[in-house]
Design a protein around this ligand. Structure first.
Ligand code: HEC
Length: 281
């Protein structure tokens, strides 16, 4: 019975237009997103897509209730305060992040990652923060570092709470980066031979050992997360963890491969509201 269900799911995914290897012209990112939503909705007609921002919690009422209680008095507020301090402290030249980033750094997180035509590559929000630092004579932060970039973005990204994810893919170079990210997402890897999609598409809403698996739509709107209430995890740190779960060697944080993956993955959440710094198990 279970085997039958799994076979059926895999067959379902093979029919998705966004499955890797689709021939002919590139599918548009918007139609990829719509296809994926259609796929999830046909499996889980009772779960609203808006609730996918809660990840696996959307599939488990008890855990969601627990989450709501924790979010009333988040145990990680000290980290967000530390991030605010980092955000507000001027650089040695007197400038600030707010004077360097677009719109004073408010309501911009949903525009990232973006494709920078001049650089010819994808720029994540963390890259933009580092560009801001180096343009003002400061050293770049180490991208995966929880104490600097992590805490800074735990505060900074709250300035975009409520903004709708709005990742744009325009022009052939941006499209190539998007396709590269999509390939990473759908390619099987590691000793266990799983793709991101094996878990977060085919098996979204099912349990892996004791853990409910979240859908890929809604994945990118709520970073960083605080796992267990105190362990700050940024999005690409989480990718790293998922690569390791399937015993694959993760690409470096901030590498083109990781950034293109984040670019594709983020566009899947277009239209969903941002909410930074949330609790996760
Ligand atoms: C073997 C199954 C498996 C594979 C393959 C896998 N993940 Fe995960 N992933 C999980 C589990 C389990 C969790 C924790 C429960 C959850 O939130 O889904 C998780 C969590 C996540 C989260 C956090 C969700 C949240 O709201 O906190 C993201 C983002 C994510 N994975 C992305 C990826 C990406 C990108 C890939 C491919 C590089 C990938 N995963 C591959 C099982 C997997």
């Amino acid at each position: 019975m279970r085997q039958q269900i799994i076979t059926k799911l895999l067959a379902g995914v093979a029919g998705l237009g966004l499955a890797l290897g689709a021939v002919g012209a590139y599918a548009s990112p918007e139609s990829d997103r719509q296809e994926l939503i259609k796929y999830y909705q046909s499996k889980y007609p009772n779960i609203k897509i808006d609730d996918y921002v809660y990840g696996a919690l959307a599939f488990d009422e008890d855990s969601k209730a627990q989450y709501d209680a924790i979010m009333e008095f988040p145990p990680y507020e000290a980290d967000i305060d530390a991030g605010r301090k980092l955000w507000e402290t001027p650089f040695k030249n007197g400038k600030t992040y707010a004077s360097c980033l677009p719109n004073g750094g408010k309501n911009i997180a949903g525009n990232y990652p973006m494709f920078d035509e001049a650089k010819g590559k994808v720029v994540t929000l963390n890259d933009a923060i580092n560009d801001c630092r180096t343009a003002n004579g400061e050293e770049a932060y180490k991208l995966g570092d929880k104490n600097t970039m992590g805490k800074l973005t735990a505060y900074m990204r709250t300035l975009s709470d409520g903004m709708l994810m709005n990742v744009k893919v325009q022009g052939p170079k941006a499209m190539a980066a998007y396709e590269d990210g999509k390939k990473s997402f759908f390619t099987r890897k590691g000793q266990l031979n799983f793709a991101c999609a094996s878990c977060h598409v085919q098996n979204a809403g099912t349990r892996l050992r004791s853990e409910l698996i979240s859908p890929a739509v809604g994945h990118t709107v709520h970073w960083p997360v605080f796992r267990g209430g105190d362990n700050l995890v940024m999005l690409q740190n989480r990718y790293e963890g998922c690569f390791k779960q399937v015993r694959a060697v993760p690409p470096a944080i901030g590498s083109t491969t990781m950034n293109n993956l984040e670019y594709f993955h983020s566009s899947l959440s277009n239209g969903l509201p941002m909410k930074a710094s949330v609790f996760r198990k």
